[in-house]
Design a protein around this ligand. Structure first.
Ligand code: T46
Length: 143
């Protein structure tokens, strides 16, 4: 889907556990400026409901599971994240909604930019207006 991809990280397995390294421009396709994590989400809660203008991120569920709905003006998909060796890459102008968090789940996010509220589009109609301009200007990207 446009500006989204599943990333498969290295899973280094020893008899005493797993280790997964994430290096900028190697395991994620951007330079890492920020990490944050989301914990303690009630099972009925949903988060997200926004897009970003510039930010690129990789979302990795370190423990438990959650679902992410990714959308653009033409496409919609639901991704189930439940494997710490898999990340969901989300680039600019993708709407996202996170839901169905399992009890105790931990979502790690690595991001290409420092936090900036100006980069968020939190209104869905505004998002559609901005995204449609990009999609009309670059129809070949819509794949
Ligand atoms: C995203 C999804 C996956 C900060 O002060 N610094 C930060 O780095 C972040 C990410 C958030 N905040 C503040 C902004 C809000 O007052 O923390 C509060 C909660 O943020 P938000 O409602 O945007 O959280 P989510 O879970 O809806 O979205 C977050 C990220 O903001 C977003 O970029 O893609 O996780």
């Amino acid at each position: 889907m446009y500006n989204c991809a599943l990333l498969k990280f290295k899973d280094i397995v020893r008899k005493d556990g797993h280790l997964t390294p994430i290096e900028e421009k190697i395991d994620v396709p951007f330079k890492i400026k920020r990490i944050y994590y989301i914990t303690g989400v009630a099972q009925k809660s949903a988060r997200g409901f926004h897009s970003h203008r510039k930010l690129q991120q990789a979302l990795i569920c370190l423990h438990g599971s959650l679902k992410i709905r990714i959308k653009n003006p033409n496409e919609e998909e639901i991704i189930n994240l439940n494997d710490p060796s898999v990340g969901l890459y989300i680039g600019p102008l993708v709407w996202r909604e996170m839901f169905d968090f399992s009890k105790g789940s931990v979502l790690l996010v690595v991001a290409s930019e420092h936090y900036s509220e100006e980069d968020y589009i939190r209104d869905y109609n505004l998002y559609l207006n901005e995204a449609k301009k990009i999609f009309q200007a670059n129809p070949a990207d819509d794949s």
